[in-house]
Design a binder for this molecule. Structure first.
Ligand code: ADP
Ligand code: MG
Ligand code: ZN
Length: 475
């Protein structure tokens, strides 16, 4: 039996206005090579100046994961040549990163929580892009010098599920912190997966393989499954030493396999040395204050939803998984809806309808305050669930006033005992045989009477009242 060991390196593109060491804008929408200057083109003599906004955003992550935020950190040069990096080195932080240590908690499918230790998070400059076009290759340096935060975990994960849970948690956290758009398709949240196996009970780690730049949660899970199987087979076939060695592999989506890309370089191969152009990054009290100013994070939110709003843990986790859903829910509460009904109307009714449409929670045709208003009318008995569903169906395609819809569609719930009793009396009078059978012990018929009463009221009778009054009447 083998145990899987996984450690993840995530590159998060920080959403700063300008690049890490120059004043060029970080947006890529412009014409190729137009967002460049002597510094990010690495022209001789141009000097880097570190971006304060990038430092604050890195620090914010540091505080969010309970890490050590170093008040002084250093930049190093990692030497390598590639056409998209005109300086022939990358500025990164090897020896003393801005954030060290820390922890992320993940919720597992069996309901337990697991702590994943963090190694560090460091600032580094992204490279440009090589664009291959037939037999011509072009270089676009608009991205060169864009700030990345590389977030490195300890090798604490033991399955693909844990790795995906960790990634989702980190993704959600950087989105809550608003330090990155974290768009996986666009590459602003990229992940390198390190995987090894070892016989259960063995203390030493096995040889790790790094799978680079995976851009979806599903591909991460697939790549791990493939790699675990490849390494396990090599072990069982007695060729582990020769087949599994420290290397960089790529995930081939079409073939569903990892492929060797290059042997893994050791740190020494990169000739790291302190960047002589950059002094230590020293943070000020003002930067610390700004970095600590952050919204409520998912762990605290889940706890509050459970303890103060009385939600089930599962529901709280679903709602807090993305800030968009959590903020939608909180806006429903602000318009007076109860927490309990808001959960089901958001998670089941609205999300169900959104999934079937071209919309999602960020551009929902029904606003949070509108759905909150609808739910508060269920809360106070003005309409029943069936009526509210009909109204929500209408709201999905037109933004109408809810009171007007209730009138127009005749959905005002009848709560008045007298009115409901009048209907019940009529139903019982019209079905004397069924009443006899019920009294003779055919309990199942109760549902028939409820159904007939609801139908006669065109769905407007308060179902709970109907039940109570029928029970009284039939004895
Ligand atoms: P490099 O920069 O060479 O990729 P790092 O030390 O920055 O190396 O990153 C190593 C990553 O690999 C970390 O996320 C770490 O948790 C993980 N890792 C280290 N050893 C193992 C191992 N034996 N199995 C799986 N993951 C590992
Ligand atoms: Mg690395
Ligand atoms: Zn520039």
């Amino acid at each position: 039996m083998f145990e899987t060991v996984i450690g993840l390196e995530v590159h998060v593109q920080l959403n700063t206005k300008t690049k890490l060491f120059c004043a060029c804008p970080t947006s890529f929408a412009h014409h190729q090579n137009s967002n460049t200057c002597p510094t990010c083109l690495a022209l001789p003599g141009a000097l880097p100046v570190v971006n304060k906004e990038a430092a604050i955003k890195a620090m914010r992550l540091g505080y969010a994961i309970n890490g050590i935020v170093n008040h002084s950190s250093n930049f190093d040069r990692k030497s390598y040549f590639y056409p998209d990096s005109p300086s022939a080195y990358q500025i990164t932080q090897l020896h003393k990163a801005i954030v060290q240590k820390g922890e992320v908690f993940i919720d597992l499918k069996d309901g337990t929580t697991k702590r994943i230790g963090m190694t560090q998070a460091h600032l580094e400059a992204d490279a440009g892009k090589n664009i291959h076009d037939g037999d011509v290759s072009k270089v676009d340096l608009n991205r060169a010098g864009t700030p990345l935060l590389e977030i490195v975990s300890d090798p604490d994960m033991r399955s693909a599920d844990e790795a995906v849970a960790y990634l989702k948690k980190l993704h959600s956290t950087v989105r809550y912190l608003d330090i990155s758009n974290a768009n996986m398709q666009e590459g602003s949240f990229r992940c390198d997966v390190n995987v090894s196996i070892r016989p259960k009970g063995q203390k030493e780690f096995g040889t790790r393989v790094e799978i680079k730049n995976i851009n979806s949660f599903k591909f991460v899970a697939d790549a791990i499954a493939y790699e675990v199987q490849r390494q396990t087979e090599a072990y069982e076939d007695g060729v582990y030493e020769s087949e599994v060695y420290q290397e960089t592999r790529l995930w081939n989506v079409e073939k569903g396999e990892t492929k060797s890309m290059r042997g893994k370089e050791e740190a020494a191969d990169y000739r790291y040395f302190p960047d002589p152009d950059l002094r230590p990054l020293v943070v000020t009290d003002e930067m610390i204050e700004e970095a600590k100013n952050m919204p409520e994070l998912p762990d605290a939110k889940v706890k509050r939803y459970i303890e103060e709003l009385g939600l089930k843990k599962y529901d709280a986790l679903v709602l807090c998984a993305t800030k968009e859903l959590a903020y939608y829910f909180e806006n429903m509460l602000k318009s007076g809806a109860s927490a309990k009904n808001s959960v089901s109307w958001l998670n089941n009714e609205l999300l169900g309808r959104l999934n079937k449409s071209e919309f999602n929670i960020t551009n929902s045709p029904v606003s949070a305050s509108k759905l909150g208003e609808l739910v508060s009318k269920i809360d106070n008995g003005e309409i029943n669930g069936k009526g509210a569903k009909d109204i929500l169906d209408v709201l999905m395609s037109e933004d109408s006033d809810i009171d007007t819809l209730i009138d127009k569609m005749g959905l005002k719930q009848v709560n008045d005992d007298g009115a409901i009793l009048a209907i019940i009396d009529e139903i019982l009078a019209n079905n004397p045989d069924k009443v006899e059978q019920y009294k003779g012990g055919k309990d199942k018929l109760f549902g028939f009477f409820v159904g007939q009463t609801m139908k006669a009221s065109k769905g407007s009778a308060n179902p709970q009242k109907v039940n109570e009054l029928l029970k009284e009447k039939l004895g």
